[in-house]
Design a protein around this ligand. Structure first.
Ligand SMILES: [Zn+2]
Ligand SMILES: [Zn+2]
Length: 255
């Protein structure tokens, strides 16, 4: 069995077919999914889905690319929102300088710090999104004591050195459908070097559908293609990839 550690099935893409998404998960032996929050406006939908389906979990957080003006949050408010049994993680949070608007990114950093403080306070692991912001991400994780709570570097596309620094702080590394792309040689190389005990798998659906569905709407049942690719890269039985990544998920999110 497989687990999709990061998806966005609350997005409009799935509004008319949620039962279908869950059915196809069952057919593909994807037994659990974590529906990840990207802002506070849609968080109630995330929570609703996690309440409705026993095998879907929720997180609460604000994506780094959500605008400063519409997405201010205090540590206390975030902690309050996380107080549901369905909410197993804080995020996605982090830094994304690739898609960010020009200008000062101090607010992005401040919001990232608030998420780490909250995660430590409520003792729920972090889901970290990082793009083109390697040094600052690691620096803030260190300064805020992220190693005291741990979490996952999701949809990882950075260097092995960064993965190692995150693993040293007790973070897992999650690979998405990108690892199946022909031109993703760096991600494949990183995946070959990260020990299986530190690996999670995810779809980040509706984005980034893996080969052979590249370009289509992604969904949690496709996470098995990520596992199959890892099985090739690591010359390890698919069953062992499935078992260990599922185990890692259970340990990290305490479900
Ligand atoms: Zn992300
Ligand atoms: Zn995401």
């Amino acid at each position: 069995m497989f687990v999709d550690s990061h998806c966005h099935i609350n997005f409009p893409d799935f509004a008319n077919d949620l039962d279908g998404v869950l059915e196809r998960m069952a057919e593909s032996k994807v037994e659990k999914a974590l529906c990840v929050s990207v802002n506070l406006v849609t968080f109630p939908d995330v929570l609703k889905i996690a309440t409705r389906y026993e095998n879907v979990y929720a997180s609460v957080g604000i994506h780094p690319n959500e605008k400063e003006t519409t997405s201010k949050i205090s540590v206390d408010d975030l902690c309050l929102l996380s107080d549901h049994k369905e909410v197993v993680a804080i995020g996605e949070t982090g830094l994304d300088y690739f898609r960010a608007e020009k200008g000062s990114l101090e607010w992005q950093k401040a919001r990232f710090r608030a998420h780490i403080k909250c995660a430590r306070e409520v003792q729920k692991p972090l889901i970290i999104h990082t793009r083109d912001a390697k040094e600052d991400t690691i620096k803030i994780m260190r300064e805020e004591g992220a190693e005291k709570i741990g979490g996952v570097m999701h949809c990882f596309t950075e260097t092995f050195e960064m993965a190692q620094e995150a693993m040293d702080m007790g973070f897992m590394i999650s690979f998405s459908g990108i690892v199946t792309f022909k031109n993703a040689s760096q991600v494949k190389e990183v995946a070959s070097r990260v020990p299986l005990e530190f690996i999670l798998i995810e779809t980040d659906s509706p984005y980034l559908a893996p080969v052979p569905h590249r370009g289509a709407t992604n969904e949690p049942s496709y996470v098995r293609y990520v596992a199959e690719e890892l099985s090739k890269i690591k010359s390890t039985d698919l069953s062992k990839i499935a078992l260990t990544t599922t185990d890692n998920f259970h340990k990290l999110f305490k479900v």
